[in-house]
Ligand binder design. Structure first.
Ligand SMILES: NC(=O)CC[C@H](N)C(=O)O
Length: 312
């Protein structure tokens, strides 16, 4: 049953409230990421969801104003900033095919010559951050300023405790960076790159902030202030890579259930885009075995079912 058939924006709030009630009654919520100790303490019953319209109107429910650890959600923004600075040359250093492997997997890198499959697995995000850092002088600062501006929240910041915790347990990301450096696919010192990457992942923001900050992808590349970040075609490309690669080795299932470009992070957040119409962010820290929020995927699944909004 589709309960929102009109294009009236006011209809978003009752949809969100209905989804929150359904999620509240859902028993299994998965488990918070425990390989980053600072995330392990999160309560898996937390749930928030926000929808932002292209004009900046934002609706929300539950813990939608509560800041959480964005983790891999930032990979979307660094990709966009990297593409804006470098253009298509970026794609010579990172692919755009689904990996079919977990987000922190090492196995494909050797037989694919140190070129990661896509920008949303950790290896690919390390390459994007490396190149953005070379071109901007400070990739994490560029990311932070972008997110502050797009969300209209100057209070957004990194969480140094989470960054330190991840650095202390970051052997896999260090291995990925060193391995790609051995193929000549990393410009900066590995330690500099890892510091940049962990800082980015530690950025803390709410569903409201992130739904707003993703808005440029619903506005076909145009920022909140009307300036163009990406060409229309580049915005389409980022959305396409989110659809095919944004939820790792569960991207097929996500496309099947949700039918939108989406990107997850191990902090329990997922951002999603309905091009031309709205952007969403949902947060609930319990994860499935692929590292995607259990309640987050369920809520987005309900959203597209109830509203009939989808790219298909
Ligand atoms: N999927 C994720 O959110 C992974 C990000 C995490 N910081 C890592 O590098 O392992």
């Amino acid at each position: 049953m589709v309960i929102m058939t009109t294009t009236s924006s006011l209809a978003f709030q009752p949809v969100l409230e209905r989804i929150a009630e359904e999620i509240e009654r859902t028993p299994g919520r998965g488990r918070p990421a425990d390989y980053i100790p600072a995330l392990a303490a999160c309560d898996p019953r937390r749930f928030g969801m926000a929808v932002a319209e292209p004009d900046g109107t934002v609706y929300g429910v539950g813990d939608w104003r509560e800041p959480f650890s964005t983790q891999s959600l930032t990979k979307v923004f660094t990709l966009a900033l990297g593409l804006a600075r470098e253009g298509d040359e970026l794609w010579e250093h990172v692919g755009r095919e689904p990996s079919g492997n977990p987000f922190n997997s090492l196995v494909q890198l050797e037989y694919e010559g140190g070129i990661p499959r896509n920008p949303f697995i950790n290896a690919g995000a390390l390459v994007v951050t490396d190149r953005l850092h070379t071109r901007s002088g400070d990739a994490s600062q560029e990311l932070l300023e972008f997110l502050r501006a797009e969300s209209a929240n100057p209070g957004l910041d990194f969480d140094e405790e989470i960054a330190a915790s991840e650095a202390a347990h970051g052997h896999r990301n260090a291995a990925l960076a060193h391995f790609m450096a051995s193929y000549g696919n990393i410009d900066n010192e590995v330690q500099v790159l890892l510091d940049q990457y962990f800082r980015q992942c530690s950025l803390t923001a709410s569903c409201a902030d992130l739904a707003l900050a993703t808005g440029f992808l619903a506005r076909h590349g145009v920022r909140a202030d009307g300036a163009r970040l990406l060409t229309r075609s580049q915005a389409k490309q980022v959305n396409a890579v989110m659809l095919t690669c944004g939820t790792y080795d569960a991207a097929g299932e996500f496309a099947y259930r949700v039918g939108l470009p989406g990107k997850s992070g191990v902090g329990g957040g997922i951002i999603a885009v309905v091009p031309g119409r709205c952007t969403l962010c949902v947060w609930s820290p319990g994860l499935d075995e692929h590292g995607n929020s259990v309640a987050g995927v369920a809520a987005l699944d309900r959203f597209t079912t109830l509203t009939g909004l989808s790219v298909f």
